[in-house]
Write a protein that binds this ligand. Structure first.
Ligand SMILES: CC(C)(COP(=O)(O)OP(=O)(O)OC[C@H]1O[C@@H](n2cnc3c(N)ncnc32)[C@H](O)[C@@H]1OP(=O)(O)O)[C@@H](O)C(=O)NCCC(=O)NCCS
Length: 161
């Protein structure tokens, strides 16, 4: 079952994110984003009462009236990786992002993974942000033309550590 995360899930989410990345940076990022009020939404996949995957979207500050979001992090419990959890969470989250009115999603992640969902580095050609130039920077427009004009994007403070 995929559902929105509740505060009661926070401890279990931290455990999943820590285990998935094998370090605390991403789990700490999640907590900083929440504390700053910059988390847009979080989805979890629950199986047998346990959280096996988590995805978070946060606000981006763009020089546009349109809403842009960052996908980060996405984490699947190690014993459940390569079993479709990440795919389900990513697909569901893009649908949720559309419902939130997000015009485009930006991610810094595995260049072999996110293109499966339509993300591409090419789509960031007009995006100026702290990660511009990295092959790991990818974007997906959810509204036509959302990435066609020059776009200056700032990340929430939480990303600065
Ligand atoms: C990367 C991660 C989120 C993928 O989730 P997952 O549930 O293991 O992956 P899925 O089972 O949904 O895989 C979907 C597809 O992507 C492929 N895939 C999985 N992990 C991949 C990776 N790291 N790189 C490239 N492709 C990958 C799968 O083989 C599968 O391919 P298919 O659809 O052709 O069969 C998960 O492995 C994870 O939490 N890793 C550690 C933390 C991390 O790196 N997070 C992402 C940060 S950008």
């Amino acid at each position: 079952m995929i559902r929105h995360a509740a505060p009661a899930d926070h401890e279990a989410i931290r455990a999943v994110v820590l285990a998935a990345f094998g370090q605390s940076d991403e789990a700490d990022l999640v907590e900083r984003l929440r504390a700053a009020g910059d988390a847009m939404f979080e989805l979890v996949e629950e199986d047998g009462g346990e959280i096996v995957g988590h995805i978070l979207y946060s606000r981006l500050w763009a020089d546009s009236i349109n809403l842009y979001a960052a996908l980060a992090p996405l984490a699947v419990r190690p014993d459940r990786q390569r079993g479709g959890v990440g795919k389900r969470l990513t697909t569901a989250s893009l649908e949720t992002a559309r419902e939130f009115g997000v015009h485009a999603v930006i991610v810094l992640g595995h260049p072999e993974y996110y293109p499966k969902f339509g993300f591409s580095n090419d789509a960031t050609a007009k995006v100026k942000c702290p990660y511009s130039g990295s092959p790991a920077l990818m974007a997906l427009a959810l509204e036509d033309g959302a990435l066609d004009e020059a776009l200056l994007v700032a990340y929430p403070e939480a990303f600065n550590g």
